[in-house]
Design a binder for this molecule. Structure first.
Ligand SMILES: [Zn+2]
Length: 250
């Protein structure tokens, strides 16, 4: 089982970093974690079989986390796919917001007039354990990444568990990092978090409260990435900056 970071950029992609896109690659199939653009071409160029994708999990409805979904859906809804013997799996698309599901369904209706909608399944993420395919369990913890009116729009950290291993993906967090999922990340084998919306040196207390096997930073603001050596001195586990195309054993 491994985590492949295919998009490690922040909101705006750069010459070397695409928007947020990760694949949990397992003997049971591929799982996409956030679907920032481009998805389809990134999978193809990294030899990840689109026919093997079981599910897509989107942490929150910001474009740099869902903008590549349209191309993935298009690929999965091709009429010709039905005749392809390699096509076995109908992927589940897990979105955090019912409005997001409605928006994608409308987009697909415009493009396909209702054809092939049975070739993908939309599902709504909810707090706690929300996915279990017998191999992988996925749970969600609310974050406070998008303030809205008197509260927050639904945004999540996601916890993946399989083969006795635990992978915590924090998604994007609040500006003060106060929603960091400390309890989940405490004993994680791998924790992946963002490096854009808060200063990790100022918020070091959250990182001292956890002891994952490895900490991976993604969603990289280069101005913060430069401070990694200073950060690493203050914690006693390994922290790395992910690049597009990196692979991490889990
Ligand atoms: Zn965001």
């Amino acid at each position: 089982m491994k985590i492949i970071t295919l998009g490690t950029g922040a909101g705006t992609p750069s010459k070397t970093r695409s928007n947020s896109l990760n694949v949990l690659s397992t003997p049971n199939g591929e799982y996409i974690i956030d679907a920032g653009a481009p998805v389809t071409v990134s999978l193809i160029r990294n030899d990840i079989d689109l026919n093997n994708v079981r599910a897509v999990f989107v942490s929150h409805m910001h474009e740099d986390h869902f903008g590549g979904l349209s191309s993935f859906l298009k690929d999965r809804m091709k009429s010709s796919l039905r005749n392809n013997p390699a096509w076995k799996i109908i992927p589940e698309i897990w979105l955090p917001d019912a409005d997001g599901i409605e928006a994608f369904e409308k987009l697909l209706a415009v493009q396909y007039r209702g054809q092939n909608t049975d070739m993908v399944k939309f599902r709504l993420v909810s707090e706690g354990l929300f996915y279990d395919d017998g191999y992988l369990k996925v749970s969600a913890v609310r974050t406070r990444h998008i303030p809205w009116q008197d509260g927050f729009l639904p945004t999540y950290s996601l916890i993946f568990e399989a083969e006795g291993k635990k992978f915590v993906y924090t998604g994007d967090l609040a500006l003060d990092c106060s929603d960091f999922p400390v309890d989940a990340a405490k004993d994680a084998d791998v924790c992946m978090t963002e490096l854009t919306h808060y200063d990790f040196l100022k918020e070091i207390k959250y990182f001292k409260a956890i002891s994952p096997g490895k900490l991976i930073f993604t969603h990289i603001a280069e101005s913060l990435a430069k401070k990694l050596p200073e950060f690493q001195q203050q914690i006693d586990y390994s922290a790395v900056i992910a690049n597009d195309g990196d692979e991490f054993e889990l």
